[in-house]
Design a protein around this ligand. Structure first.
Ligand SMILES: Nc1ncnc2c1ncn2[C@@H]1O[C@H](COP(=O)(O)OP(=O)(O)OP(=O)(O)O)[C@@H](O)[C@H]1O
Ligand SMILES: Nc1ncnc2c1ncn2[C@@H]1O[C@H](COP(=O)(O)OP(=O)(O)OP(=O)(O)O)[C@@H](O)[C@H]1O
Ligand SMILES: [Mg+2]
Ligand SMILES: [Mg+2]
Lengths: 149, 168, 149, 168
């Protein structure tokens, strides 16, 4: 039990470091509170954006929290992929530059799994393979079509 | 395995029968505020039994039935998801399969049915099938609107560690 | 006491209807649970975007909730203006069209009160009188300058 | 009355002495994620005593003192707001006045001081002065990041009605 846990933890931690570097140019790590007996403690996420000291999750800015959470989700996907991912405006806290970086990273992950991403931000829509348009009339939702960005 | 099509019938703001095609790779969904984008995700969670009614912005399941306060409210709502399974990721011997859920309003309350290729099944059977394909009931693969900056910040260290437990 | 309450309530309710119409083309109203004895009950916000039926606040979309909240804040400002207002990314849930409408409404309100608005969205920045740029280097925040949009 | 200038000394990510000019009308603030935009608002809340430490993303007030884990942490942090009062909206006989707050770390804890034009005053005096100018301690005129879609949805009907009570 401890071995299978440690195998998953090491795999996801390696991915997290890799993805956080790609998204935020920084150093990220998953830290076990009790490495000898992982089930006796919890796990925290350490993230250090470029040029800063290690941040407590609570002290991060809205954008930094979103990037850290996305890096964690994508790190899990790398170790144990689900067939599909659905993201609802995960880019709402991000500045234009970070939206682009996340969009590129999603495009990369979308080679091995289906990604359905709701977004209002141009850099995200432009990076997608296709855009499904949604509208409503008199309270009735319908699809306006499927177009290439 | 991927979502190939979703059909909504009287589900939230889908007042008619609406079919939406989906594809492999990276598909974006966009449209004005209030047009029904998040309702599509609520439909996925509903059909696959991935969450309770609290995350679908409904006080009770029957709030999910289309209601425009003009015409008589329909008696039922249904969402059907067609999966492409040509890679056999799900333990089903077919290139495609359907998972569907219907809720029906009655005088005394409501009924909720799950279907697999048209045959009534239980929520547990749906979870078992999806679990083998890598879709867990907690649904870490679905991030609801507004949750992204809360996911890591709001969880306790133990809750975070438990995510790895489940994956291991 | 009831009279001063009702005077404030009527004034703010009138403003709310006006601003919600400007922002969302719809009909908005503040409803007292107990109009005869307002202190015995609460108050709900009814908002009906164009073409839809009246929405419960909880059933609204992210963008609709933001517009309703902004209309309420601006309605209060119209009745009892504070000297300054500070908004931190209030437009993060809004589509491009609604960002523009809120920006125009803020510009109008900024004739009688100071508005300081943090935003990552172009339509909001373009509508402002000036933009203060912020950056950080080695974890140190500094101002890059003040420019006209 | 409006905010004319804010000076930050060792407050959160302002490691040096930084002065930011402000103006009447509509001023936008923009910059990359994590650059320190929300910290400006935290500085306004801090200096005017408009909130407890919980909304400044700090566990304790001393978390607000600049700390880059490289050099020795300064002993104090201070934020000073200069108001233009030429319209005499605040009951002060001057074209300008300053409200400032300083926290100082000591071995046994910390001290927090408020100043009005350099003279030490209490939090209640600051609230009284601001209240007369239309700035209430609950601060409906300040909307923190992420709060906008919660403000009306998360409040109870009684809390919403209480807002009108205070204004009346
Ligand atoms: N049972 C129902 N019947 C009819 N309409 C409903 C029902 N439940 C919810 N709605 C409508 O769905 C709309 C919200 O849709 P949704 O949350 O999907 O919007 P969205 O496209 O995600 O918008 P945003 O960009 O603001 O997030 C609301 O306006 C609400 O009136
Ligand atoms: N006491 C402190 N000393 C040094 N840096 C701090 C301190 N407290 C917070 N910070 C830093 O401030 C940064 C967050 O700044 P802030 O929240 O203002 O960013 P922002 O510009 O609002 O970003 P976003 O656009 O993502 O919301 C964090 O990276 C954190 O490291
Ligand atoms: Mg939505
Ligand atoms: Mg911020």
């Amino acid at each position: 039990k401890r071995d299978t846990f440690m195998e998953a933890y090491n795999g996801i931690n390696e991915n997290f470091t890799q993805v956080f570097f790609e998204l935020a140019d920084g150093h990220g790590e998953l830290i076990l509170e009790n490495p000898n007996d992982p089930f006796a403690g919890g796990m925290t996420l350490h993230a250090q954006p470029k040029g800063k000291n290690i941040l407590r999750l609570e002290a991060m800015s809205g954008g930094e929290k979103s990037l850290t959470a996305l890096a964690f989700i994508i790190a899990i996907q790398g170790y144990r992929p689900a067939p599909f991912y659905v993201f609802d405006e995960v880019d709402q806290n991000l500045d234009g530059w970070n939206v682009e970086r996340v969009a590129e990273r999603v495009e990369k992950s979308a080679k091995v799994a289906q990604f359905i991403v709701i977004s209002l931000r141009k850099p995200m829509l432009e990076q997608s393979d296709r855009i499904i348009g949604v509208t409503q009339l008199e309270g009735n939702t319908s699809i306006t079509g499927v177009k290439s960005p | 395995m991927f979502i190939k099509e979703i059909e909504f019938v009287n589900f939230k703001s889908f007042g008619k029968r609406v079919k939406i095609p989906f594809y492999e790779g990276f598909t974006a969904i966009s449209g004005p505020n209030g047009s029904g984008k998040s309702n599509i995700i609520d439909g996925i969670l509903f059909a696959l039994g991935l969450s309770g009614s609290k995350t679908m912005r409904a006080e009770k399941l029957t709030d999910l039935i289309f209601n425009d306060a003009k015409s008589k409210q329909p008696e039922f709502a249904q969402v059907t998801i067609t999966f492409d399974n040509s890679d056999r990721k799900a333990p089903v011997e077919a290139d495609e399969f359907e998972i569907s859920r219907k809720i029906k309003q009655t005088k005394s309350g409501y009924y909720s049915y799950f279907y697999f290729n048209g045959k009534a099944v239980s929520l547990t059977e749906v979870h078992e099938l999806l679990g083998k394909a890598g879709v867990t009931p907690e649904g870490y693969n679905v991030v609801m609107q507004g949750d992204i900056s809360q996911i890591t910040a709001k969880m306790s260290p133990t809750e975070r560690r438990k995510i790895i437990d489940e994956i291991a």
